[in-house]
Design a protein around this ligand. Structure first.
Ligand code: ADP
Length: 433
C-alpha cells in the first residue's frame, strides 16, 4: 500500500575508529554517509564491507556496523531507510578507575571501594550488545525508552504533568545477562548520544561493599557516593549511567527494619538511597540501571520508582541455539575446531521441518549440504536439552570449555590438523551435556 511504501525505518550505522586514528569525526561521518548512499540495499543487521578500498576511510575506520531495526526484513532499500551515522572511538579497556568513598581522613583502611567508573564508549564493552540474545525485542525496547525520555526532555515537558524517574530495573534468574545488558546499553547510549554529549561515563556501584562492609557507615557512604555522582552530572555535556548491581542487597534492609528484624542502620541507608534517587530525576543527563536476582526482596519503594521493570528470563530454545551457534562460530574462526558452516536458526528450523521424527541424525557423507543439515539438527537437539535443564546464558557460554576439556581428556588433541576429515563433526559431536 502507499502507506507502507512511505514508511522509512531509522537505520543506525555505527562507525568505530581505530585507537590512534586522528581524523575528524564529522569528516568520517560525511564519507560514510556518501559510501552508504552508494548502496541500493543494505543487510539489516550487517557488517558493512568495501570501505576498505577508500583511503580516507581505510586509514581511520576499524569496523562499520549496520545495526538492527524493529523491522523484520533482512534488508532494506535506500528509500526505506532513514540513516543515522554515529562515529566513535572507544577508550581503552584499562581506563577503569576505582572510586573510593573513604572518609578522606588519610587512613587507607576506611576507603571502601564502593564504585568504579569507566569512560564510555569503552573497548571492554565492544561486541557485548550483539552477544546478548533474547527472545522478543527487549534490547530495542530499552533503547526506545531512553529515546522517549530524551524527546520529552527536549520538548521541555512540564515535570508536574508528565514525569519519570530515569530508573530501569532488570530482574530474573542469575546468569541471564542482566549486568551485561546494562553495560551494553550504556555503551550503546554513549555511541548513539555522542552528537549531544561530548563524553559519557559508566559508574558501577557495588551494592555489597556499599551496604555490608561498613554497616554503620553505609548511610554516609551513600551520601558521599551521590555527592560524587552529582559532581559527574554537573558537567552538562557529559552523560552518566549509574549501574546498581544486585540492588536487593541495598533495599531489602528497609523491609527488615520495618519488621523490626534489622538494625536501623539499614533503614538509614535505604532512605538515603531513595532520597538521592529522587533528586536525580530532574537531571537530563543521567540514567540509573539496576539489576536484581530476587525482585521480591527489593523494597517496594524502589520498585515503584523504576519506570521500566523488565523480567529477564532464562533463554528459550531458539535463543539457546543462537548462543551455541555464536560459541561454535568463534571456536571455528579461531581454529580450535575444524572449519564447518553452522546453519542459522532459520535454516536449522527448516531442516527440522523436512526431517522425519526419529531419524538418527548421523552424517555419513561428505556432501556439504548434508553436513550442514546434520550440524544444524545436532545443535537444535542440544538446545532442546539445554532448555529442559533450564540452563542460563552464562552456563551456555561455558559449555565449549567443558566440551573441549572432555575432548582433551579422551586423549585427543585440539589441533584442527589432527581432527582429520571428519574434524568438524567431531568438534560439535563432543559438545554434550
Ligand atoms: P546476570 O547479571 O543476570 O547474573 P551476567 O550479565 O553476569 O548475568 O551474565 C554473564 C554472562 O552470561 C554474559 O556476559 C554473557 O556472556 C552470558 N549470557 C547471559 N545471558 C545471555 C544471553 N541471553 N545471551 C547471550 N549470552 C548471555
Amino acid at each position: 500500500s502507499a502507506l507502507s511504501e512511505a514508511k522509512r525505518w531509522p537505520v543506525h550505522v555505527e562507525v568505530r575508529l581505530k585507537s590512534r586514528a586522528s581524523a575528524r569525526f564529522d569528516t568520517i561521518r560525511k564519507h560514510v554517509q556518501t559510501f552508504v548512499a552508494s548502496h541500493d540495499r543494505l543487510g539489516i543487521p550487517s557488517v558493512l564491507e568495501g570501505w576498505q578500498d577508500l583511503p580516507e576511510l581505510a586509514a581511520s575506520v576499524e569496523i562499520i556496523n549496520i545495526c538492527e531495526t524493529p523491522c523484520t526484513k533482512q534488508s532494506l532499500s535506500r528509500a526505506e531507510m532513514m540513516l543515522h551515522v554515529h562515529v566513535y572511538q572507544p577508550s581503552d579497556g584499562d581506563s577503569f578507575e576505582e572510586f573510593a568513598t573513604g572518609t578522606g581522613n588519610g587512613s587507607e583502611d576506611d576507603d571502601t571501594m564502593a564504585a568504579s567508573v569507566c569512560e564510555l564508549p569503552n573497548r571492554s564493552w565492544e561486541g557485548l550488545w550483539n552477544s546478548l540474545i533474547y527472545a522478543g525485542d527487549i534490547k530495542l525496547k530499552l533503547l526506545d525508552y531512553i529515546h522517549a525520555t530524551l524527546l520529552l526532555s527536549d520538548a521541555g515537558v512540564d515535570f508536574n504533568l508528565v514525569s519519570w524517574n530515569r530508573v530501569v530495573l532488570l530482574h530474573g534468574p542469575p546468569g541471564t545477562g542482566k549486568t551485561s545488558l546494562c553495560r551494553a546499553l550504556a555503551q550503546k547510549l554513549s555511541i548513539r548520544l555522542s552528537h549531544r554529549y561530548s563524553h559519557a561515563r559508566l559508574l558501577e556501584i557495588n551494592s555489597h561493599s556499599l551496604f555490608s562492609k561498613w554497616f554503620s557507615e553505609s548511610g554516609k557512604l551513600v551520601q558521599r557516593l551521590f555527592n560524587s555522582i552529582n559532581e559527574l552530572i554537573e558537567e552538562e555535556d557529559g552523560f552518566v549511567v549509574v549501574l546498581i548491581d544486585e540492588v536487593e542487597s541495598l533495599t531489602a534492609a528497609r523491609a527488615g527494619a520495618m519488621a523490626g528484624t534489622e538494625p536501623s542502620d539499614g533503614l538509614r541507608v535505604v532512605n538515603a538511597l531513595l532520597t538521592q534517587l529522587d533528586k536525580l530525576k530532574h537531571r537530563k543527563n543521567v540514567l540509573i540501571m539496576s539489576t536484581s536476582n530476587l525482585v521480591n526482596a527489593i523494597d517496594s519503594a524502589f520498585v515503584d520508582r523504576a519506570d521500566i521493570v523488565q523480567f529477564i528470563d532464562l533463554p528459550t530454545r531458539e535463543a539457546i541455539y543462537e548462543v551455541l551457534r555464536s560459541c561454535l562460530c568463534e571456536v571455528i574462526a579461531k581454529g580450535v575446531v575444524a572449519p564447518a558452516k553452522i546453519p542459522t536458526l532459520k535454516q536449522a528450523q527448516m531442516f527440522e521441518v523436512v526431517t522425519k521424527a526419529g531419524d538418527d541424525h548421523t552424517c555419513k557423507t561428505e556432501d556439504p549440504h548434508e553436513k550442514q543439515k546434520y550440524l544444524g539438527l545436532r545443535v537444535l537437539k542440544l538446545a532442546t536439552q539445554c532448555r529442559s535443564q533450564q540452563m542460563s546464558g552464562r552456563a551456555l557460554r561455558r559449555l565449549p570449555v567443558l566440551a573441549l576439556a572432555r575432548y582433551l581428556g579422551m586423549g585427543s588433541t585440539a589441533q584442527t590438523s589432527e581432527t582429520g576429515t571428519n574434524g568438524s563433526a567431531t568438534g560439535v559431536a563432543d559438545i554434550d551435556i
